[in-house]
Write a protein that binds this ligand. Structure first.
Ligand code: NAD
Ligand code: G6P
Ligand code: MN
Length: 435
C-alpha cells in the first residue's frame, strides 16, 4: 500500500488530485494521504481536506486523509511526495503580476519578472523539503507541480542533489486531449513527441502509420478547432507562416515570445481595468467560489468550476506519473527530467520538458534530436536564463538576479530592469531570506 504526501495540500486543486487517485486505485493502491500546509493555509486545508475525505468515503476504497502543519510529521515512510504549494499565496502572485505591468512589462505567473520572483521564493522552500526527505523518506519520489515547474525541478536535481524527481505540467495533457479530434483521430492512434522546457516546449505528431501529421493539426487549428489552450492564456494566434516553416506546434506560452507585443498589450489592458485585473486577481475570485462549494458537506466529487483554472486536468499528469512509476508501466508522459541527450542542443545534465517513458526507475527521456536555428537559439537563451535564476535563488546574489533579468526576453534592459527588480525584492522581502 502506498503513502502519498502532498505539500501545499490546501490548494483548490486537491480534489482534482483525489479524483485522479480514485480513478487509478486498482493500479495504485493507496493507504493514506497526508496533506501538508502552513498556518496561512490552515483554513483552506481544513475545508479541502474534509472534501477530499468525503470523496474517498464516497468511493469503494478505504483511504484516510490526514492533515498537518508540520511536514516532518507527514514525511516518514512516504512513497511519493507531491508538491503544489504557493509561497506567499495569491497575494504574492498578484504582486508578481502588478509590479512588472506598472513598468510596462509582462506580469505573469511563470514568465518574465514575475516568474523569476516565483522561483526566488519557491526554490529555497523546495530545497528544505528535499533536506527533510533525505532524512525521513530517502526512497520517495518527489513529483513537483509547483511553478515555475521546470526551474524548481532543475534546482532540486542540481542544488538539492536529489535525482528522484519529476516535474509536471498540464499543458501537454491539454494538447493531447484536444488535438487528436481536430484531425478526426483519437489519442491512441497518434504518437506525440515533445521537447523543450516547461512552458517553452514544442511538439510533433505522427499517425499510426508513422506519417507525420503535425501540419494537419496546425491547419485544423487555423480553421478554428480547439487545440487545448489552457484557460489562463489569452488566445492571440501565432503567425501561420512561422509555424509552417517551424513544422512544430509551439506550446500556448510561446505566445508571450512570438506575439510579445500583442500579449503585453492585452495583459496591460486587463491590469489597467479595475473591473478585470490581473489573472491572479481573477483567480482569487474563482478560488473563493470553489472554497464555498467545498464547504458543502454534501459535495463529494470535483465540481465543474475547477475547469476555470488554468491547471485543469493536472491530475492526469500527476496521478498517471505516480501510477506508472509504481506499476512500472513505462507509459509515455511529458515530464521535466534530466536531458541525457534527448535535446542535444542543451547540456546532458540540465532539466528539459520532454516525452519520456515512465517506469519504476523514473523517466527515460525520448530522443528528440537537434532543433532548427530559431528554436535552438530560443532554447539556449531560455535555459541559460533559468540557470541564472536558480543560481540567484540559491545564493541571493544581486548581480546574478540582474543577469537573469537582463537575459529574460520579457524584460527590456536598462534602468527600469533594475528598478523593477528592486521593487519586487522589497515587495517580497518576507519570502526572500536569501537576498
Ligand atoms: P494556492 O495559492 O492554493 O497554494 C497552495 C497551498 O500552498 C496553499 O494552501 C498555501 O498555504 C500552501 N503553502 C504556501 N507555502 C507553503 C509551504 N512553505 N509549505 C507548505 N504549503 C505551503 O496555489 P494553487 O493555485 O493551488 O497552485 C499551487 C501551485 O501549483 C502553484 O505553485 C502553482 O503555480 C502551481 N501550478 C502548477 C501547474 C503546472 O502546470 N505545473 C498548474 C497549476 C498550478
Ligand atoms: C496552466 C499551467 C500552469 C499555470 C496555471 C495557471 O496553464 O500549466 O503552470 O501556472 O495553469 O492557472 P491559473 O488558473 O492559476 O491562472
Ligand atoms: Mn504548467
Amino acid at each position: 500500500p502506498v503513502k502519498i504526501v502532498t505539500i501545499g495540500g490546501g490548494s483548490s486543486y486537491t480534489p482534482e488530485l483525489m479524483e485522479g487517485f480514485i480513478k487509478r486505485y486498482d493500479e495504485l493502491p493507496i493507504r493514506e494521504i497526508w496533506l501538508v500546509d502552513i498556518e496561512d493555509g490552515k483554513e483552506k486545508m481544513e475545508i479541502v481536506g474534509a472534501m477530499a475525505q468525503r470523496m474517498w468515503d464516497a468511493s469503494p476504497y478505504d483511504v484516510k486523509v490526514h492533515m498537518t502543519l508540520d511536514r516532518r510529521e507527514a514525511l516518514p515512510g512516504a512513497d511519493f511526495v507531491t508538491t503544489q504549494f504557493r509561497v506567499g499565496l495569491l497575494n504574492a502572485r498578484i504582486k508578481d503580476e502588478r509590479i512588472p505591468f506598472s513598468y510596462g512589462m509582462l506580469g505573469q505567473e511563470t514568465n518574465g519578472a514575475g516568474g523569476i520572483f516565483k522561483a526566488f521564493r519557491t526554490i529555497p522552500v523546495i530545497l528544505g523539503v528535499v533536506e527533510d526527505m533525505k532524512e525521513l523518506c530517502p526512497d520517495a519520489w518527489l513529483i513537483n507541480f509547483t511553478n515555475p515547474s521546470g526551474m524548481v525541478t532543475e534546482a532540486v536535481m542540481k542544488y538539492g542533489k536529489w535525482d528522484k524527481v519529476i516535474g509536471l505540467c498540464n499543458v501537454p495533457v491539454g494538447a493531447m486531449m484536444k488535438e487528436p479530434e481536430t484531425i478526426g483521430k483519437t489519442l491512441d492512434q497518434l504518437t506525440y513527441k515533445f521537447a523543450g522546457l516547461n512552458h517553452f516546449h514544442w511538439h510533433k505528431v505522427y499517425d499510426e502509420n508513422g506519417k507525420e501529421v503535425t501540419q494537419d493539426i496546425i491547419d485544423a487549428m487555423y480553421e478554428g478547432k480547439d487545440g487545448g489552450l489552457p484557460a489562463n492564456i489569452h488566445d492571440i494566434p501565432f503567425f501561420k507562416e512561422q509555424l509552417d516553416t517551424m513544422k512544430m506546434i509551439p506550446c500556448g506560452y510561446h505566445r508571450y515570445y512570438y506575439r510579445q507585443q500583442e500579449m503585453l498589450a492585452h495583459g496591460l489592458e486587463e491590469y489597467s481595468d479595475p473591473e478585470v485585473g490581473t489573472r491572479g486577481q481573477q483567480v482569487k475570485q474563482t478560488e473563493a467560489e470553489l472554497f464555498e462549494l467545498y464547504k458543502d458537506p454534501n459535495l463529494d466529487h470535483k465540481p465543474e468550476q475547477l475547469a476555470k483554472r488554468g491547471g485543469a486536468h493536472y491530475s492526469d499528469a500527476a496521478c498517471e506519473t505516480i501510477a506508472s512509476i509504481y506499476s512500472n508501466a513505462n507509459r509515455h508522459i511529458v515530464v521535466t527530467t534530466k536531458n541525457n541527450g534527448a535535446v542535444p542542443d542543451l547540456p546532458a545534465d540540465c532539466a528539459v520538458e520532454v516525452s519520456a517513458y515512465i517506469g519504476s526507475t523514473g523517466a527515460k527521456a525520448i530522443a528528440f534530436g537537434e532543433l532548427q536555428p530559431a528554436e535552438k537559439g530560443w532554447l539556449q537563451c531560455m535555459k541559460n536564463m533559468e540557470h541564472c535564476v536558480e543560481a540567484a535563488a540559491v545564493t541571493g546574489d544581486y548581480g546574478m538576479a540582474l543577469q537573469a533579468f537582463i537575459l529574460n526576453p520579457q524584460i527590456p534592459s536598462g534602468e527600469n530592469a533594475k528598478r523593477v527588480l528592486d521593487e519586487l525584492l522589497l515587495a517580497h522581502k518576507k519570502y526572500l531570506p536569501q537576498f
